[in-house]
Design a protein around this ligand. Sequence first.
Ligand SMILES: O=C(O)CCC(=O)C(=O)O
Ligand SMILES: [Mn+2]
Length: 123
Amino acid sequence: MPWTPVLLLIKKRVEDIAEFSFNSVLLNLYRDGKDSVSWHSDDEPELGKYPVIYSVSFGGERKFQLRHKLDKKLKKLELILTHGSLLIMKGKTQEYWQHQIPKTSKPVMPRINLTFRIIKCLT
Ligand SMILES: O=C(O)CCC(=O)C(=O)O
Ligand SMILES: [Mn+2]
């Protein structure tokens, strides 16, 4: 899909912070607490060896959890992604960690998450 004016505006704000550019964004809509994303790493080959992902959240607050893939003694990490927050994942995060947005039974506002990414082989 082509960039929309609003997405370009947000992309520019994110790039001003990052001091480099992104060439793609993935948009997720969580309509309510039943919408979720389960454990995964963003480690698709087209993101390269050390994916850099800038993740912007709008709307309802949701938990973001991280778990180490190998060291089971390490505690799960948990952050609350608030409206307007920016989460940065880079380096070996995707190699060693998985993340998820769990379902919640609490009433939550709809949420939109934008993950800005660099796809290495766009034609
Ligand atoms: O909604 C979020 O904060 C995370 C989304 C996510 O992990 C993804 O799209 O790969
Ligand atoms: Mn992800």
